[in-house]
Design a protein around this ligand. Structure first.
Ligand code: GUN
Ligand code: FE
Length: 416
């Protein structure tokens, strides 16, 4: 079936570049973009055009790193550094997801909040609980999201009621992989929580599984200096943190590593070579006093970079806010670098929050022909008019506008 959307089209085909059609037409065949046009040709006469007037039609967001079972603590407990914060707040909160009714209630709310905020693709940590992870996948699927969810593996250094034995972790992972096969839009990602949480035996098992089944991998890397020290003690054989993943086969172009705040030139070169995606989580990095990531250096050196809210180290689900903090953090980085590095522009921030994240799922950037539509309709009609779509996009990032997201498409389906 052919559908045509009309509005001010704004997309990010490459870093720093916006493609604007003001107005333009998005032609969809069964939800898949078939044409992007400035003028509608005669052959579409008679096809209904859904006209969004002066509103922006932009790409929707990808949140490439967040912790679903930390959603209940969103906006609280941000007064400790990473390792203490995990023990004091994150682990006890996640332990509650042994309760399936609680999981259902929380994950249903989380899924609809993501869609209302314009996020349609996610790469998400669940908790170690197999059943709650299946519930999460079900609720995301129901709300219309797409992407990856991982049952967390953690067989050491966990909290009270939040640790598995190595054997349990392996068996539950295999069972979960069996049980989640039929979700059409939500797929599994292997999720060793981070090196301090996983024994060598467990890491080796997951690395083997990733290769055997061609599964993607997500974890944390070089977030905090105390964490780096702990990893050094646990793996005296590894010169750098990344090698603790690489030695078990968990370091490939299907790997997403959150944070990379303290990744130096050597670690960044290893990311570029392997095609690992660095998931920058600006909110979380400041909230937990982890540091200010060298995003410009990562980009200049050719590392793949995307964005994550890192809920609940991050304090917002809104990727508008995450893009804004990303830009702000890049300005802090510039100051710390003696004004020698460039900060990110709005167009660059928008690209990182949309196209760059979508690339992890194999999607082409921008409103690419042949891709199922992931899009938002954005309304700023109540605010003073601005003269260009670029300025309006920049204001959507910087100025919080409740209710601005008026419609959402995910994988070609209208979901809001
Ligand atoms: N490292 C290991 N687990 C976590 C987590 O839950 N949040 C963050 N920010 N870092 C982590
Ligand atoms: Fe995280």
């Amino acid at each position: 079936m052919t559908t045509i959307l009309k509005g001010v089209l704004v997309s990010a085909p490459s870093l720093g570049e916006l493609e604007i059609h003001a107005p333009g037409y998005l032609v969809l065949e069964d939800g898949v973009v078939s044409e992007v046009l400035d003028v509608l040709p005669q052959r579409y006469a008679g096809v209904f055009v859904e006209d969004f007037g002066n509103r922006l039609i932009s790409q929707s967001f990808t949140d490439l790193h967040l912790h679903a079972p930390q959603y209940p603590m969103l906006g609280t407990g941000l007064d400790l550094p990473l390792l203490d914060w995990l023990n004091a707040y994150a682990f006890p909160t996640e332990a509650r997801f042994a309760d399936e009714d609680y999981a259902r209630e929380m994950y249903c709310k989380l899924a609809s909040e993501l869609i209302r905020n314009g996020t349609t693709r996610v790469c998400m940590f669940s908790s170690l609980h197999r059943k709650a992870t299946l519930i999460l996948m079900e609720e995301l699927e129901k709300a219309g999201l797409t992407g990856f969810v991982g049952k967390v593996n953690m067989d050491r250094n966990g909290g009270k009621n939040l640790q598995e034995t190595t054997e349990e972790s392996m068996q539950e992972t295999l069972r979960w992989l069996e049980e989640c096969q039929d979700f059409p839009h939500i797929k599994p990602v292997l999720t060793p929580r981070f090196t301090p949480s996983c024994s060598d035996e467990l890491m080796a098992f997951l690395g083997k599984l990733a290769v055997e089944r061609g599964l993607p991998v997500q974890s944390h890397l070089s977030e905090n200096t105390a964490e780096l020290e702990l990893v050094r003690q646990l793996h005296p054989d590894c010169a750098q943190y990344w090698e603790t993943y690489a030695k078990y086969g968990l370091w490939t172009e299907q790997t997403a590593m959150a944070h990379c705040v303290w990744s130096d030139e050597r670690e960044r070169a290893a990311m570029r070579k392997a095609g690992v995606t660095a998931v920058h989580c600006a909110d979380s990095n400041l909230n937990l006093c982890s540091g200010v990531s060298p995003v410009r250096a990562l980009l200049n050196e050719g590392v793949k970079v995307a964005l994550g809210s890192d809920v609940a180290g991050g304090d917002t689900l809104s990727m508008f806010d995450v893009v804004a903090s990303t830009i702000r953090a890049s300005k802090a980085r510039r100051i710390l670098d003696d004004w020698k590095t460039d900060f990110l522009t709005s167009a660059e921030g928008w690209y990182l929050g949309t196209s760059a994240g979508a690339a992890f799922f194999g999607a082409k950037p921008g409103f690419a022909i042949g891709e199922p539509l992931h899009a938002l309709v954005l309304d700023d009609g109540a605010l003073p008019p601005l003269s260009t779509p670029e300025e309006r996009l920049s204001r959507f990032i910087t100025r919080r506008q409740d209710g601005a997201v008026r419609a959402v498409w995910s994988d070609g389906r209208r979901v809001l």
